[in-house]
Design a protein around this ligand. Sequence first.
Ligand code: NAD
Length: 450
Amino acid sequence: MTLRVLNPATEQPVAELEQAGVAETDRAVAAAKAAFPAWRAVAPSDRARLLRRLAALVDDHREELALLETRNVGKPIADSRGEVGMVAEVFHYYAGAVDKHFGQTIPVAGGVDMTFREPLGVVGLIVPWNFPLNIASWKVGPALACGNTVVLKPAELTPMTAIRLAELALEAGIPGGVFNVVVGPGRVVGERLIHHPDVAKIGFTGSTEVGIGVMRGAAETVKRVTLELGGKSANIVFADADIERAAAAAPYAVFGNAGQDCCARSRILVQREAYDRFVSLLIAATAALRVGDPEADATEMGPLVSAAHRTTVASFIESEPLFTGTTPDGPGFWFPCTLVEATNTDRIARDEVFGPVAAIIPFIDEADAVRIANDTPYGLSGSIWTTNGARALRVARSLETGVLSINSNSSVRVSTPFGGFKQSGFGRELGMNALDGYSEIKNVFMTTEG
Ligand code: NAD
């Protein structure tokens, strides 16, 4: 079946691709299995050199990859350039980690006990459409560094940069079969990877709903799983915060990537004393966001990824918003920035909208803020805005969430662990922690007696 890939800003086709089915998935797994013994045996310094070359090629092709991502996802070109920059950094980082992730010798009686970090084998990587190349690199980088071979399944809507990355890997000298890409439907290709007996692990990023199915399916063959799932994160603004700074930053924490961000701080919790002032500053800052042509350097927000997704996002607007932004005329899956006053029990405050829609929720005091922030099945990210350092750390320790920032929107860095609490998933990506998810500890005892 042919897959028509669209540019969400123009609704024009970017490419037409043949979709893979079960047979092609099996071929990719067989290629990865065949390539595994030689790849795991590559000397660490050589494996590192190959990953460094891939990083350099990504850097050399930064503009090409950024444009491909922008035309496929609809994200602003400035964002795509930043993301491709991070992809190169990710491969550099894990090239450097190849020979720094090692076992231990443990004091025991009667001999020597040592541990080894062994690769898992063939790993299946399933990624979403919101940060296609970035999230792929977070998994491919540590997986290859540990000596695994990979079958990557990009989202149907956004396969373009994954295909290009695999071409660059070959150009870097990474042997054929080590890094495979299979483009096809989640229900076919994804399901096959989950159930395939020769796949040792699934690294999954996507919705909680699909993630639950991944975990259930993986149980059949006791596959390892890493799940990076949805979020409904809180941006908590205390009255003692620098309100101007917090209000100027808040739109970027939820409208970045048109709100299609698992880390979106889509619940803005504001202490009552500062509520009116914060909301009027927030509306002004949101109105000033530059929404339009994703290929223009100054653009800060583009369209949503698809017409179907726009319909889903629109279904969340059930009451009169405090503010609705503007969108360009003409084609494209546009949706305006929308601010809605809510209580934490409203659907808009409970479900992941995954669009440029923020629920603004007043709170009374610190205990109330923590209670509301934690009253969600998710636990991915969040921000705390306050000038009281003790409060900042006290609240940070109380929040049931994997990634937090204080007086900042930041969520993701190459060298720090990223992942969720509760139904936002488990396992960590990025940093040295990601290597634990792509290796198995082997314990070997050798007697010194006799
Ligand atoms: P999705 O769950 O619909 O799809 C994710 C991937 O899974 C796609 O490649 C899809 O083809 C595949 N898939 C779908 N059904 C499948 C099945 N039955 N078996 C196997 N694979 C299947 O998610 P999406 O709409 O592409 O992405 C948005 C979601 O991803 C949001 O919930 C968002 O929060 C989440 N996300 C999480 C993170 C994180 O790191 N926690 C990062 C980005 C996105």
